[in-house]
Write a protein that binds this ligand. Structure first.
Ligand SMILES: C[S@@+](CC[C@H](N)C(=O)[O-])C[C@H]1O[C@@H](n2cnc3c(N)ncnc32)[C@H](O)[C@@H]1O
Length: 614
């Protein structure tokens, strides 16, 4: 079922026929037309996409991972994980109770994949820390120590689907956009805006095979699908092979079928209306259950590395935590849960609407220790004399930290720093008893008004002018990144070396802010969902070389692999330094091609020295 693991250059399987550009549109030439290939139906319809990369990025990643490994990573990225990972709201319920309810709701058989009597792959994950968890059945509690609040629901795929070609009749077809297909692979339906092309005589209720249009390299060096919305697909016009086909996109669909469903509209309707479900997918290449509206507030669908990142932060009850790039709030709520909703999790994001998402999620999970602000994380540190943390009473500057405490971050934490938001340092720790009284009152008010009423009444979002230096016990920087670890991903050509380096620069600036905001003796966790060492190991190198009072800290649990040691010299002479030997075991790198079958993810945890004089 899986493709051979040999490395495949991004240019392979480009369109098998020439294209020309006409009147600004990409058009397929009517000749030469694709000759029907001598492939079996299963070869044609097996889901077997090839991820295309920018060639320079590909070279860089091959240097980092080796050709074979990168080929496996690249292939794995085109698949979703073969299981769903659920974080249980342990303040409301238990994993056992959730498992019992889920067994009643989604059942043990619904996602078997044998409903169509075909074989599905991806069932085993030998060598994975999850292997133990799978022994108990399809819906199981995570057996990784410390993560018993995580529940797994096994899916399967890629499954071979019988598109009804045995009769020789070609299936009616719909081609969807890449974004639409990636969502469908994660379990969504096909919505009208995602439909690009459709067979000539599709009627409402018809069964249609769904495939995806992927970007291909154009003559001008750019990428495009070459399919204009509304294109009529001809497909095979007879069941016989060795005929010429008048459908210019026929060859491009090979290996890109993502399932089958029922057309909810006729062809004319599909291109007339602007919203609604276009195809109700009833047979997918990846069979994963849907958790839409299931046990709302009791569970949260979250990938395993994200749960591990929040856990690695190791937040304690009563602490003050900053989540610098928090929306939609997955890790924020995980942190609040670990703190048993006691203390304060300050969740900021620069997007107003995304802050509302955090508020809504906090309300849904009935978490009251979360305060949200709209803030550009690059301006997280308040400037002198600016009021901070709207709504939080300030304390007198006469309460100052000791000289030793102030010297810790020399230059970062000087002057009247280390006092802010009502927090005072005592014995190298934040004593937030003052602020917690205020927060206890505030939380009581919230509880009275109902969960989530804190900053979300009428969708209200408060702006923040930033926070005082050293005013947080722990900081999570789950940085915006190139997201090159997210799965399923069907195209990667748009990321260039330049865009990846820009991402890395942005993250360093954010990290600088995180360093200023954490107290001496505190903790910073930095995470990304990318495979790019420039945004991961190179950030760690920058952090350790720039801030001598930082050190890498061990993480619990540690189920990811080691980091990358080494460096890369770019064609322009710039040298990017990664980890040094000995550092690699401190970070966690989640590899999509590893048996754990997760998204690509990276976590580094830093301890902030409490008595270093830098
Ligand atoms: C990786 S996502 C965070 C996911 C989140 N931590 C979670 O687990 O649900 C990155 C977030 O950073 C936000 N972001 C990007 N640039 C930002 C900035 N300058 N300041 C604050 N937030 C920013 C984006 O809006 C996005 O929501």
């Amino acid at each position: 079922m899986r493709r051979a693991s040999g490395f495949v250059l991004s240019t392979i399987r480009t369109t098998s026929f020439a294209r020309r550009r006409s009147n600004g549109n990409f058009c397929s030439t009517p000749l030469p037309l694709p000759q029907m290939d001598h492939q079996s139906d299963s070869e044609r319809y097996d889901f077997n996409p090839i991820l295309r990369w920018n060639p320079e990025v590909e070279r860089y990643f091959i240097h980092a991972y080796g050709a074979d490994h990168f080929s496996r990573i690249s292939a794995a990225l085109t698949y979703p994980s073969r299981y769903s990972c659920i974080r249980v709201n342990s303040l409301k319920t238990t994993s056992d109770a959730v498992i019992e309810k889920l067994q009643g709701i989604i059942g043990e058989t619904e996602i078997e994949g044998d409903q169509d009597k075909v074989e599905c792959g991806g069932k085993a994950s030998a060598g994975s820390p999850l292997e133990e968890s799978w022994k108990d059945g399809r819906i199981t509690k995570c057996k990784i120590p410390g993560l018993d609040y995580v529940v797994f629901v096994k899916g399967s795929g890629p499954c071979a689907i019988d598109y009804g070609c045995a009769s020789g009749a070609p299936p009616k077809e719909v081609i969807v956009s890449r974004k639409c297909a990636e969502a469908v692979l994660r379990g969504a339906q096909v919505y009208v805006p995602g439909v690009l092309a459709c067979s000539a005589h599709v009627e409402k209720g018809d069964t249609v095979a769904v495939s995806v249009a992927l970007e291909q390299r154009m003559a001008d060096g750019g990428w495009a699908t070459g399919i204009t919305r509304g294109t009529v697909l001809q497909g095979l016009q007879t069941g016989k092979k060795d005929i010429f086909c008048s459908d210019p996109h026929y060859s491009e669909r090979r290996g890109l079928y993502i399932g089958q469903g029922k057309a909810m509209l006729s062809r004319a309707g599909l291109f007339r209306v602007t919203e609604g479900i276009a195809v109700d997918m009833n047979n997918r290449v990846f069979k994963l259950p849907s958790f839409h509206d299931v046990l709302e507030g009791e569970i949260f669908l979250q990938n395993l590395p994200s749960i591990v990142a929040a856990h690695a932060l190791d937040p304690k009850k009563g602490e003050r935590i900053l989540d610098m790039c928090a929306a939609p709030g997955g890790k924020t709520t995980a942190i609040a849960n670990l703190m048993e909703d006691e203390g304060e999790v300050v969740a900021v994001d620069r997007s107003h609407n995304k802050v509302l998402d955090i508020q809504n999620l906090a309300a849904e999970m009935s978490l009251t220790c979360i305060t949200t602000y709209k803030l550009d994380a690059l301006k997280s540190v308040s400037r002198a004399n600016e009021s901070i943390d709207s709504g939080v009473p300030q304390i007198s500057n006469s309460v100052t930290p000791t000289e030793k405490q102030m010297s810790v971050h020399d230059g970062l934490c000087g002057d009247k720093n280390c006092v802010g938001n009502g927090n005072v340092f005592r014995d190298g720790k934040i004593d937030n008893s003052y602020v917690s009284q205020a927060h206890i009152r505030k939380n009581k008010r919230r509880m009275k008004n109902g969960p989530g009423k804190n900053h979300s009444v009428g969708g209200r979002v408060e702006n923040s002018k930033g926070f005082s230096p050293c005013s947080f016990d722990r900081v999570l920087l789950d940085a915006p990144c190139s997201a090159l670890g997210l799965r399923p991903r069907l195209f990667a050509g748009e990321d260039t070396i330049e865009s990846l380096r820009n991402d890395a620069t942005y993250q360093r600036k954010m990290f600088d802010q995180a360093v200023k905001l954490v107290r001496p003796g505190g903790v910073i966790v930095y995470s990304t969902c990318t495979l790019n060492p420039g945004e991961n190991e190179a950030l760690v190198r920058y952090a350790l070389d720039t801030y001598k009072f930082l050190s890498l800290a061990p993480q619990h649990p540690r189920i990811g692999g080691p980091g990358l040691v080494g460096r890369y010299e770019f064609p322009d002479g710039y040298i990017e330094e990664w980890l040094k030997p000995g550092e690699e075991e401190y970070v966690q790198r989640f590899d999509p091609s590893a048996p754990l079958d997760t998204i690509g993810f990276f976590i580094a945890k830093f301890s902030v020295g409490s008595n270093s004089n830098v």
